[in-house]
Ligand binder design. Structure first.
Ligand SMILES: Nc1ncnc2c1ncn2[C@@H]1O[C@H](COP(=O)(O)OP(=O)(O)OP(=O)(O)O)[C@@H](O)[C@H]1O
Ligand SMILES: [Mg+2]
Length: 258
């Protein structure tokens, strides 16, 4: 649980196009790291290299190393499916399985991974929904479809589904961008609780959100259209938003950008 990520020399390609160039960084366990930067600078691409989702895209290819504690996720013989179980992901648009009940949505990953007794499943589903701050709102309708929930509830359902399999790391790609302000605050509070158990990386375009939820912030940028994205600066969030070392970071966070 809650492992340290150590990335070195990571580049990612779509066919011949290099989307991110030579990124190195560490992410501490039980912390929240925010990725910020302009559209197209490779935040989502980089995030997906952290659980081997990038290579699912046709032409998707990675160079470099991602260590999760002492295992290289790109090492010989590593099973990408196992990696995706260890490093869970929550997407921009809540994507519950539409025909499945709330219960089955949360249990889906568990059922894929092994055989559980009904009572074990009940316990894990309840624990995960409580962990995602959704239990009280859905406990009387667990057999109703997940698609019948509000957007904010659906996103918490997806978080419950992600944490049900007990990942070490939780990746979130703009998890609040489709949500109203109240649901957004609910997810932000939840992130604050989840970081006690997981290592969390979140992509956000919302500077206030990055400042509110993250311990460390990474600013990515690209030199121009068609150029690969690079990591410009990674530092304590407080420092990034008060006194960054690089002018481009300052320009971006203060809105003097592009
Ligand atoms: N499936 C794909 N096939 C080819 N190129 C892609 C694909 N997905 C992304 N790219 C390219 O890779 C680069 C980085 O894209 P990416 O989606 O990672 O950026 P981003 O920082 O997440 O942007 P945004 O803030 O808009 O979400 C862009 O040039 C983009 O066009
Ligand atoms: Mg993106």
């Amino acid at each position: 649980m809650a492992k340290r990520i150590d990335v070195s020399g990571l580049s990612a390609y779509y066919g011949a196009h290099k989307a991110i160039d030579d990124i190195s960084m560490t992410v501490e366990p039980r912390s929240v790291t925010a990725f910020i930067g302009p559209s197209g600078c490779g935040k989502s691409t980089f995030l997906r290299t952290l659980n081997r989702m990038h290579e699912v895209t046709p032409g998707g290819r990675v160079e470099g190393k991602v260590m999760l504690d002492d295992e290289n996720l790109y090492g010989a013989g590593v099973d990408p499916v196992a990696v995706r179980r260890t490093v869970g992901m929550v997407f921009q648009r809540p994507n519950p399985f539409p025909t499945m009940s709330i219960f089955d949505n949360v249990a889906a990953g568990l059922r894929l991974n092994g055989s559980y007794k009904k009572s074990q499943l009940n316990d894990i589903v309840e624990r995960s929904l409580k962990g995602a701050n959704l239990w009280n709102e859905v406990k009387d309708r667990l057999n109703k479809p997940g698609s019948g929930l509000s957007g904010g509830q659906q996103q918490r359902l997806c978080i419950a589904r992600a944490i049900a399999v007990e990942p070490d790391v939780l990746l979130m790609d703009e998890p609040c961008s489709a949500l109203d302000p109240i649901s957004t605050l609910a997810i932000e509070d939840l992130i604050g609780e989840l970081k006690e158990r997981f290592t969390i990386v979140i992509v956000t375009h919302n500077m206030q959100q990055a400042a509110r939820v993250s311990d460390r912030t990474a600013f990515f940028n690209l030199a121009g259209v068609g150029q690969p994205g690079k990591l410009i600066e990674l530092d304590d969030t407080e420092r990034i938003f008060s006194n960054p070392s690089v002018q481009a970071t300052e320009d971006y966070i203060s809105g003097r950008f592009g």
